[in-house]
Design a protein around this ligand. Structure first.
Ligand code: FES
Length: 86
C-alpha cells in the first residue's frame, strides 16, 4: 500500500506549507505579522500574503482543511504573481 502526501505550499519563496501555517495559527498566531515572525511567510516577494491571511481567524480557510481542489485556484494565482515578481 502506498500513501500519497500532498504538500500545499503557501509561500513558494520560503517553502512554507499550508500545514505549517495552520500549525502556527493553532498555536496562537493571529496576524500576518505573527506568521511572518514565526515562519517567514510573505517576507520575500510578498505575493503569498493574501493567501496566508486567509488562514488567520476570520479568514476563509480558518478551522477547515483546505481541499486540493479548493486550493488550486489560489495556487495558480500565486504562481502567476510570483512569475510576475521574478
Ligand atoms: S511567495 Fe511568499 S514571499 Fe514570495
Amino acid at each position: 500500500m502506498h500513501m500519497i502526501i500532498i504538500l500545499m505550499y503557501i509561500c513558494i519563496c520560503n517553502a512554507i506549507t499550508e500545514r505549517q501555517v495552520q500549525a502556527a495559527v493553532a498555536e496562537g498566531a493571529s496576524s500576518l505579522a505573527d506568521l511572518q515572525a514565526q515562519l517567514g511567510v510573505a517576507t520575500c516577494c510578498g505575493c503569498c500574503a493574501d493567501t496566508a491571511t486567509e488562514y488567520l481567524p476570520g479568514g476563509r480557510y480558518v478551522d477547515q482543511a483546505t481541499t486540493v481542489q479548493a486550493a488550486i485556484p489560489d495556487f495558480h494565482r500565486l504562481v502567476e504573481k510570483v512569475a510576475l515578481c521574478a
